[in-house]
Design a protein around this ligand. Structure first.
Ligand SMILES: [Zn+2]
Ligand SMILES: [Zn+2]
Length: 100
């Protein structure tokens, strides 16, 4: 994670590289509070904008072999981003073309 530029880069097996902005990661937060649970809409479904400190990544830690925990400057750190989620978030042109 490059905190200055707010860019996180992952190189996958096979050499594919993905880059993510803090903003992109924040809006993809998979935690129950953001996504909702038991049929109730989550926070991200109710808000249109987020404050800048919500979008700034403070820290990234590896959870086992399968996920990254991403802590935002606002203190929000409950999202566990599995590598399969991160792989599916890749916004590069190549992945966008093959996704449909
Ligand atoms: Zn969340
Ligand atoms: Zn890609």
């Amino acid at each position: 994670m490059d905190r200055e530029r707010q860019v996180m880069e992952i190189e996958w097996e096979g050499g594919h590289r993905s880059t993510y902005s803090g903003e992109q990661l924040r809006w993809a937060c998979p935690c129950a509070e953001c996504r909702g649970e038991a049929g109730a809409p989550g926070r991200l479904a109710r808000v249109k904008t987020l404050a800048p400190e919500e979008l700034r990544v403070q820290d990234v830690s590896l959870i086992g072999q399968y996920a990254l925990q991403i802590a935002f400057q606002s203190g929000h750190a409950t999202g566990l981003y599995t590598f399969s989620l991160l792989r599916s978030l890749c916004a590069c042109g190549e992945c966008a073309r093959t996704r449909n």
